[in-house]
Design a protein around this ligand. Structure first.
Ligand code: T1G
Ligand code: NAD
Length: 685
């Protein structure tokens, strides 16, 4: 870490170099403080430019220091020191000015940025509020409405928009340092604007706070930080500067030690380490310049759209001309709906679509770098496809399967150069869902695996390495979720009670509503295949619903009834009578929300511990990412494993033992028992 001061005649340039993201570690804060002291008393300096080396301006407080006792100079004091410096400071921003980084920039008298830069206050995403005046100074600069939007959502604003909002003073084309020095020199010649602490917050209609509060609450669901952030902006508008600063600091300190902040911090680091697994350090991925997708159905079209969104040219291969047309039309619908939602323009949609070639001819794949198969979930069909691919593609092309349950080893058996084969398990809708399970076979080379991770980075997905087993990480745990949900029905709970409890836990949907939305038929198909393999999947009620062709919303009924054209689940008498029949021999209990949640979530934890033990997942944090990004597990709980650790693994073991004694769950696994001794999940060896 270095903070240097150079002179460009009458302008001082302070450069921070603290890789990777110039976070405001204690040393940086101290050096900036010292620089302010030095430059204040240097008569040759008229203005100060604050700039950063490397990929970005200051990306915020150092998240690694969050658990430690804060050391002076504290950030709010540093920002105040810069703000009250005797010379104007000019923040010169490239990359991102985030959190404490933006707060430092708000302490500066001016802000200039390159066009690609962005600014934001992402603290709520970490379960906290700005800790150094962000919520107090920002409304003084851009007004309460825009400030509320930024502070309560944590979203960043690109430089050109920030310029139009008055958040930055100039967009610098070309060399940032030179542009900032020129700006500083011109500014020093003119009368200076007031520092933000001396400005007032523009007045808003009193109804603004009530309306906004409702909107923020409904978006935040169970997350605490967004409403607390709103309260900070409101305080800034209604109280004097110092009172608002004290209120923000108090809120920040309270939230910083909260379980939600710990959970969100855990997810922050898990998401940042997932794309670069240590076991692949130094392994070069293969280049990805073009891609192909085989099968243009639900998944194939979504995957092709994701590849196009990342700018890759895509070839879509289908089994006949009619299917090619259907696949292209699926893609058209995806892009049209993105236009309708305002995500992309009509022109962008047209450009994305024009980058796709639909064909039945494998000959077009001779130069393609990566091929992803998404045809029917049928081993023979998939093997036939890979037979063709293994001769049509060059031997370095990565060949991937999107299978959900089949064994990738069997799919790859007999292909030429099996070392280039890997499972890439996307989640539906594939252009939206962030999770990508990456499943190597025994023959997959590290370079092929690294290419899977490189693709995830290109597609902005969260990659998680998974070992081979039925359902990999996510769907294997999902099977337990569903089986437990049915066990509850047999023991006296209703589908509504189960769904309500799981929503209360923080899931976007309960297990039965979710099945009705996705369709019960796919899982029924899996169970048939499992029975053919001699397994005994447990779904007594779902099996009966499928016999009645109650496949969910698409067939007008599943776990619930649906009025024609409606999506609101209504309790079903038919389902209730099937449950009653199937439950005849099971003892009935009263179920409250907490016990329903335990009966579902804790067996999921138990299965996850087995997954860890078998090395199907390499890290507990990877399982957290799978649950959060593939299945809607509440982020503020930190994922399944973090939830279990926070709750206390010893308590989880005890609760599972009780459930097992009542025949409501399997007993706790060895790894779970052993982990409970230290309170944290341990891997097998
Ligand atoms: N502190 C410490 N390390 C950080 C960090 C931070 N704030 N941000 C990123 N890193 C590490 C990250 O773990 C990774 O490490 C490496 O930098 C590259 O990250 C008082 C309280 C800046 C847009 O939330 O959004 O200020 O894995 O892979 O894609 O009010 O990092 O290499 O060892 O993400 O180029 C608010 C979050 C803090 C910023 C760069 N700030 N960071 O993206 O790289 S709270 C944030 C980002 C705060 C004040 C409050 C991104 C990025 P490693 P990366 P990237
Ligand atoms: P789908 O039925 O919607 O689409 C399959 C497509 O493959 C069809 O368009 C079909 O014409 C095409 N196809 C079949 N045989 C072909 C061949 N020989 N050559 C070229 N195209 C062929 O199925 P889907 O839901 O998109 O699933 C595809 C794969 O993705 C399956 O392996 C499935 O298990 C997996 N998957 C599905 C989901 C999901 O939620 N639907 C999620 C993850 C993975």
């Amino acid at each position: 870490m270095t903070v240097t001061i150079e002179r460009n005649s009458d302008i001082a340039v302070i450069a921070i170099d603290n890789p990777p993201v110039n976070a405001l570690s204690h040393a940086v804060r101290q050096d900036l403080w010292n620089a302010a002291e030095t430059l204040d008393t240097d008569p040759s300096v008229r203005a100060v430019v604050l700039i950063c080396e490397g990929r970005t301006f200051i990306a915020g407080a150092d998240v690694n220091e969050f658990g430690k006792p804060p050391m002076p100079p504290h950030l709010p004091d540093l920002v105040a020191r810069i703000e009250t410096a005797t010379k104007p400071w000019i923040a010169a921003i490239h990359g991102s000015a985030l959190g404490g980084g933006l707060e430092v920039a708000l302490g500066c008298r001016f802000r200039v940025a390159v066009p690609s830069a962005s600014v934001g206050l992402p603290e709520v995403l970490l379960g906290i509020v700005p800790g150094a005046g962000g919520s107090v100074r920002l409304p003084r600069l851009i007004g309460p409405a825009l400030a509320t939007e930024m502070v309560t959502t944590g979203t960043s604003v690109a430089a050109p928009k920030a310029r139009s909002q008055g958040l930055i003073d100039a967009v610098v084309e070309g060399d940032l340092e030179k542009g900032a020095i020129d700006f500083a020199r011109a500014a020093a010649d003119q009368s200076l604007p007031l520092p933000l602490r001396q400005r007032s917050v523009p007045v808003v209609d009193p109804s603004f706070w009530e309306t906004t509060s409702k909107a923020v609450a409904s978006r935040a669901k169970r997350e605490d930080a967004p409403l607390r952030a709103l309260a900070c902006v409101r305080k800034a508008a209604e109280a004097d500067f110092d009172t608002a600063m004290a209120f923000e600091r108090q809120t920040f300190l309270e939230l910083r030690g909260s379980p939600q902040a710990a959970a969100l911090r855990h997810v922050f680091f898990a998401e940042r380490s997932a794309p670069r697994p240590p076991e692949l350090a130094g392994i070069e991925p293969r280049p990805i310049r073009s891609a192909a997708v085989i099968g243009g159905g639900t998944m194939g079209a979504g995957i092709a759209a994701a590849l196009r969104d990342a700018g890759l040219p895509v070839t879509l291969v289908e089994r006949d001309e009619v299917a090619v047309e259907r696949g292209l039309s699926n893609l058209r619908s995806i892009f049209e709906s993105s236009v309708k939602r305002g995500r992309i323009t009509f022109e962008t949609a047209a450009e994305r679509l024009s980058g796709i070639i639909g064909t039945t001819d494998y000959g077009l794949l001779a130069r393609t770098d990566i091929v992803i198969e998404a045809v029917f979930e049928d081993l023979d069909v998939k093997r036939e496809v890979f037979g063709k691919l293994s001769t049509a593609c060059h031997c370095d092309a990565v060949l991937a399967t999107n299978t959900s349950y089949l064994d990738p080893e069997q799919i790859a058996a007999g292909i030429k150069h099996p070392e280039r084969f890997v499972g890439l398990h996307f989640f539906s809708p594939a252009h939206v869902m962030k999770l990508l399970e990456i499943v190597p076979t025994a023959q997959t080379t590290p370079a092929t695996l690294a290419t899977g991770f490189a693709l995830a980075r290109m597609l902005k997905k969260i990659p998680v390495r998974a070992g081979i087993c039925n359902g990999f990480i996510g769907n294997r745990i999902l099977k337990v979720t569903r089986a437990q949900a049915e066990r509850l029905l047999l023991s006296g709970a209703t589908p509504q009670a189960v769904d309500t409890a799981m929503r209360a836990f923080g899931l976007p949907m309960g297990p039965f509503e979710a099945q009705d939305l996705g369709g019960l038929d796919i899982a029924a198909f899996q169970r048939r295949a499992a029975r053919a393999r001699g397994e005994t999947p447990f779904a007594p009620i779902a099996d009966r619903l499928c016999t009645l062709e109650r496949f969910g919303q698409k067939s007008g009924g599943g776990w619930y009834d649906y009025a024609k054209g409606e999506r609101t689940p209504q309790p079903s008498e038919i389902v209730a009578s099937i449950i009653a029949e199937e439950a005849r021999e099971t003892s009935q209990q009263e179920w409250d929300e907490a016990r329903i949640i335990d009966c579902i979530a804790l067996p999921m934890v138990n299965e996850a511990a087995k997954i860890l033990h078998e090395k199907v997942a390499l890290r507990a944090g990877d399982i957290d990412l799978v649950e959060i990004h593939g299945y809607g597990f509440p982020r503020w709980r930190g994922g399944l494993m973090h939830y279990a650790e926070e709750r206390g693994l010893a308590g989880v073991v005890a609760a599972l033992e009780t459930l097992a004694a009542e025949d409501l769950a399997e007993p706790p696994s060895d790894l779970l028992r052993r982990s409970a001794e230290g309170g944290r999940f341990v891997s097998r060896d």
